[in-house]
Design a binder for this molecule. Structure first.
Ligand code: ZN
Length: 257
């Protein structure tokens, strides 16, 4: 069996599993519960804070059919219906992710928009997710504006960016904007403790503290570093090996000096 990296294995699948972004989760939960849905969302924040994750959960919320197939739009997608499982597995025909970092041009955007005229195949909504949207060319932005302003009622846009200042105002003004915060080290620390507990991996508290700080606010980086440290330490997380891996100087030495 192939090893699934921690960042993927522990990617939150529901809003309640998301940590450190309570303000965004609450706003989206309320909107979904009251069915006050906007047609375009913009998630901003540094890398590894959950922009793609929140987009996938939102897509599930919009399309979940419930365990009995009778469910509607929900803030708590069931995770077991065909829509939820297909989105989790990355094979839902009505959820499209476009990475604008590698697909910047007008052709890629037009290719996406051409699909907008067709109703959803399987779900209630089509969701177009454009990651790193600030990378699009100006022509690509312009091609998108009309559909972004008045999409068909079955289409939702989710835009994500690490650099909102590079997104044209014309696009910003059409989106409901949410800023995902960098994760506080304590939040990362707690989550790492939870993940390693579930994995049954012994970890020294100081090792986890070092990893949480080194992640600099990104949960994905924290989990990747932890993967690396587990490999480096032969299946254990000890302060000395983590410190060696991170190449950091022991603070107690600094204070002693
Ligand atoms: Zn579901």
């Amino acid at each position: 069996m192939s090893y699934l990296v921690l960042a993927r294995k522990y990617r939150p699948r529901t809003f309640s599993e998301m940590v450190g972004q309570e303000h965004v989760v609450q706003a989206l939960t309320n909107a979904l519960t009251q069915q006050r849905l906007h047609h375009a969302y913009l998630f901003t924040g540094t890398r590894g804070v959950g922009k793609t994750t929140v987009s996938r959960i939102l897509a599930k919320s919009l399309n979940c059919q419930g365990p009995d197939g009778q469910g509607g739009i929900t803030a708590t997608p069931c995770g077991v219906c065909p829509a939820c499982t297909a989105i989790d597995a990355g094979r839902f025909p009505d959820y499209t992710e476009l990475d604008a970092a590698s697909n910047r041009g007008v052709d890629e955007v037009q290719g996406l928009l051409e699909q907008a005229v067709y109703k959803p195949v399987q779900g209630r909504f089509k969701v177009f997710m454009i990651d790193e949207v600030h990378m699009l060319t100006n022509t690509a932005f312009n091609a998108m504006l009309k559909t972004l302003e008045e999409p068909p009622e079955y289409l939702k846009f989710v835009l994500a960016t690490t650099d909102p200042q590079k997104v044209p105002v014309t696009v910003l003004s059409r989106c409901l904007q949410f800023n995902l915060r960098p994760m506080a080290p304590e939040v990362v620390l707690e989550h790492l403790g939870h993940v390693l507990g579930t994995e049954g991996i012994a970890a020294e508290p100081q090792a986890l503290r070092l990893l949480s700080r080194a992640a600099r606010g990104s949960m994905r980086d924290a989990l990747s570093l932890t993967d690396q440290a587990i490999a480096f330490g032969g299946g254990q997380l000890q302060e000395s090996t983590v410190r060696q891996m991170l190449g950091s100087v022991d603070r107690s030495h600094v204070f002693a000096l």
